[in-house]
Write a protein that binds this ligand. Structure first.
Ligand code: ATP
Ligand code: MN
Length: 457
């Protein structure tokens, strides 16, 4: 279909004076005696294109003026009568698809809860269209960030036999009939597609380490799956995961990389999505742009877990789950630290080994591991990372303590046998990042078709 993007019509100065064809959906219609106005959106820009219809010269099919209808308009581009940019004086308006009055996206703002029930149409609203334009810009920026730094983009398998960290959180992959019955679990899996228990990957990290210990610096950016029962505003069953892994790196290097990435992404979104960000600032989170600008320019805090627990214990009265050394930090604790104590993003490092994964580097104290979680205001944990245990004996000991099945990790252990190197990396939840920069409060509103327990719309 020969036509040009509304973005170009609005923004290209030199286009004024020429005749163009645009396509889009009707967002508003106003009528007066002599002229009527259609506002069109084709998704390419936050701002809509105003189409001016001179009623003395042109008769338009009333179906073309209904909210949600799709049309093709030929017209002359002129400088907008009011405001910046261009508008279009219509020469013809042609109906592409009509839209009945039951169209659920009406002019007045509907609730996010309601829109969640119509995920297939909610992208036609300003809010959701803006979220997904920002999401796309952020995704491109992730690839750019790593590419500029010579990180190689790896695609790790989504089907895996190793239950990395998510004991109980792994979706099973099976081709066995629903009523298959076997005397033992072993027999069941023996007859299954892979001959062993398989599932959807909760993280590409273990495979990422294979690549990093050969290519030096790698990252993955793909989906991870977690059968979490937690019905929270921060968890999805399927989310996108950015996981860099770096050879010849220790914990401070991992922290530096995470901070650099987050700042880079914030700047990219602020630079490339000014209209969207202004909208979020006005209607979703007041002061968002100011907050993000500060974050992009400030040093993030670093705080040892032990120190964090000391701070939190004094505040135990305010928490639903009181804090003790050794406990995992809950979202309420994470938010308190970043929002009330540090008032900026903070890395909490050196967690007790019992609450972290087997592969994290064991610290000298014998009690903690070289982990670093990045906590940000409004969300809590956005990044989880660590230096990995590079010493084979120590790693084997940690696996034994956890009664892990060593045979499933032979490849992983081999990386520690043949030229082992200090290395580390982290996982950034992409949807959590999109929430953070848009101010959206529910992760279900930043994924196209979000999946969570009992929800696969
Ligand atoms: P949480 O404690 O919030 O569940 P986690 O400790 O399980 O997070 P990691 O295993 O370290 O998280 O995963 C790395 C990152 O992936 C997290 O910091 C978060 O941003 C993101 N993430 C983890 N689980 C989910 C999920 N279910 N939905 C969306 N993002 C997630
Ligand atoms: Mn989790």
């Amino acid at each position: 279909m020969k036509h040009i993007d509304i973005y170009e019509v609005l923004n290209k100065r030199e286009i004024a004076g020429s005749e163009v064809t645009v396509c889009g959906w009707v967002r508003t219609f106003r009528d007066s005696a002599q002229v009527s106005f259609l506002e069109l959106s084709d998704g390419t820009s936050f701002r809509r294109l105003q189409v001016v219809i001179d009623k003395t010269a042109l008769t338009v099919d009333p179906e073309c003026t209904k909210l949600g209808a799709s049309v093709r308009v030929k017209g002359n581009v002129v400088k907008a009568f009011k405001g910046e940019g261009n508008e279009l004086n219509a020469l013809s308006v042609e109906l592409l698809g009509k839209c009945p009055a039951e169209y659920p996206i009406q002019k007045k703002r509907t609730t996010l809860e309601f829109l969640r029930t119509i995920p297939h149409l909610r992208l036609r609203t300003n809010t959701f269209a803006a979220v997904f334009r920002v999401r796309s810009v952020a995704a491109q920026a992730i690839h750019r960030f790593f590419h500029e730094r010579r990180f190689y983009y790896m695609n790790t398998p989504l089907i895996t036999a190793s239950d990395c960290e998510g004991a109980g959180e792994m979706f099973r992959v099976t081709t066995q009939p629903w009523n298959a019955s076997y005397a033992t679990e072993e027999e069941y899996y023996k007859n299954d597609f892979f001959g062993v228990k398989a599932g959807l990957s909760v993280s590409g990290q273990l495979e990422g380490e294979i690549a990093a210990t050969a290519l030096g610096k790698i990252y993955t950016f793909g989906p991870s799956f977690r059968a979490e029962n937690s019905n929270t505003t921060r968890h999805l069953a399927e989310f996108w995961h950015v996981e860099p892994e770096v050879a010849f790196a220790e914990l401070p290097d991992v922290i530096e990389l995470a901070e650099e990435l987050l700042k880079y992404l914030i700047r990219a979104v602020l630079d490339e999505c000014p209209d969207e960000m202004a909208f979020f600032d006005s209607f979703v989170e007041k002061g968002l742009i100011e907050k993000l600008t500060q974050v992009a320019n400030a040093d993030f805090a670093v705080c040892e877990y032990t120190e964090a627990v000391g701070i939190l214990k004094k505040e135990n009265a305010r928490f639903q789950f009181p804090v003790e050394w050794g406990c995992d930090l809950q979202s309420e604790h994470e938010k308190f630290l970043t929002e009330q104590v540090f008032k900026r993003p903070v890395f909490v490092i050196d967690y007790p080994k019992e609450i972290k994964s087997f592969y994290m580097k064991q610290n000298q104290d014998g009690k903690t591991v070289a982990a670093a979680d990045l906590l940000v205001p409004g969300i809590g944990e956005i990044i989880g990372g660590s230096e990995r245990e590079a010493d084979r004996e120590k790693l084997v000991a940690a696996m034994r303590e956890r009664k892990m099945d060593m045979s499933a990790y032979e490849q992983y252990l081999a990386l520690r046998t043949f030229g082992s190197v200090p290395h580390g990396g982290f996982g950034l939840g992409f949807e959590r990042f999109v929430m953070y920069v848009t101010g959206m409060e529910n992760i279900r509103d930043v994924a196209l078709l979000p999946r969570w327990t009992k929800n696969i719309l």
